[in-house]
Write a protein that binds this ligand. Structure first.
Ligand code: NAP
Length: 314
């Protein structure tokens, strides 16, 4: 009898059908089912779930689930839904995703450093005015979170001669990157940066970590980019700092509630660039291949993929 693998998604997710077709191709030896297709005995036989999106109720329906493969890098929702259960979580680790994020970070850093956003505002007001441009080697960029995405982004910026510092949890020695740790380290890195790029996971210890007090430490005329999760940053404080001239521009790709509320004041602020959670769009082909390889390895070789630390939250 073929082993059951379930693919969990929410019906409003436009990518689900395509994902499902890729998984069907890559998991031919398995009986791949959607949640709705599962009969009671199949729910009981299912040990592995591949998750695009899920509900807590769906996850609780599998009495023998051992691990889930997320097709996303950020797994804070899964951690919350699996709170108190023994089920392990494998997150997506995909070079293609890191490469996409690194290119997006570089593009927006240049947008700020070359004053592209500011020239657009000038154009809207028919203003012909040269804005002073800082050299790359004089531009301090702080990367908050030097993991899969942060490290690739930092290296891409280093290739472009920017000055890089980074903030992480555990000690590391990375060539040409000045490291900072702990609460004092966060204060220090924020004080020195011309551009802050947030690439932290959302966890108990990072929720609202970029608070009003931290934002107030940022250099006058600096810029802030959040490509991680909305709940890490106090956007009210970001808006306030923009309006009082302390921060010159913010690029926000992620929000506490997505889509961003139509009535949000962030939309109309010309010094804020709003993106609809697109800084690193998942490549469905590579993500489904990596996820399928993990499932195949588990069943064919008895090898688990690496699991996140649920206590740390990433
Ligand atoms: P990751 O590999 O898990 O790296 C996380 C980094 O953050 C690590 O360097 C870690 O430090 C650091 N960190 C975690 N908690 C910390 C704390 N309390 N204090 C200091 N540093 C801390 O994650 P990733 O793959 O780079 O992804 C980061 C996040 O990006 C994801 O969780 C997701 O939310 C977001 N994301 C967004 C998009 C998008 O399109 N907007 C796409 C993909 C992912 P250590 O190295 O010391 O462990």
């Amino acid at each position: 009898m073929k082993k059951i693998i379930v693919f969990l998604y929410l019906t409003n997710n436009k990518k689900a059908k395509k994902y499902l077709s890729y998984f069907k191709e890559q998991l031919k030896d398995f009986d791949l089912k959607t949640f709705e297709e599962l009969k009671k005995d199949e729910l009981e036989r299912c040990k592995v779930a591949i998750v695009l999106d899920s509900t807590k109720e769906q996850l609780q329906s599998f009495p023998n689930l051992i691990w889930v493969q997320s097709v996303k890098a950020g797994v804070e929702k899964l951690i919350e839904q699996l709170n108190g259960s023994q089920v392990q979580i494998s997150r997506l680790i995909d070079n293609q995703l890191s490469y996409t994020m690194a290119n997006t970070v570089l593009a927006w850093v240049y947008c700020i450093q070359k004053n592209i956003y500011a020239y657009k505002i000038q154009q809207n007001n028919s203003i012909w005015n040269e804005i002073e441009e800082q050299e790359n080697e004089d531009t301090n960029i702080a990367i908050l979170g030097l993991g899969e995405l942060g490290l690739k982004s930092a290296n891409k910026l280093l290739e472009n001669d920017f000055k890089i510092s980074a903030w992480a949890r555990s000690k590391k020695d990375v060539k040409n990157i000045k490291m900072y740790y702990g609460d004092d380290g966060l204060d220090e890195i924020l004080t020195h940066a011309d551009i802050v790029v947030c690439l932290l996971p959302l966890s108990k210890s990072t929720r609202n970590i970029i608070s009003k007090d931290k934002i107030n430490l940022m250099k006058k005329g600096s810029a802030f980019i959040n490509f991680a999760r909305g709940a890490i940053v106090d956007y009210e404080a970001i808006e306030l700092s923009i309006n009082n001239g302390q921060i010159k521009h913010a690029v926000l790709d992620v929000f506490n509630t997505e889509p961003l509320d139509k009535n949000s004041t962030l939309w109309a602020n010309e010094k804020i660039s709003i993106l609809p959670h697109v800084s690193a769009i998942t490549n469905l082909k590579t993500a489904s291949k990596i996820s399928s390889d993990n499932v195949n390895k588990y069943y064919n070789e008895g090898k688990f993929p690496s699991f996140i630390n649920k206590e740390l939250g990433y």
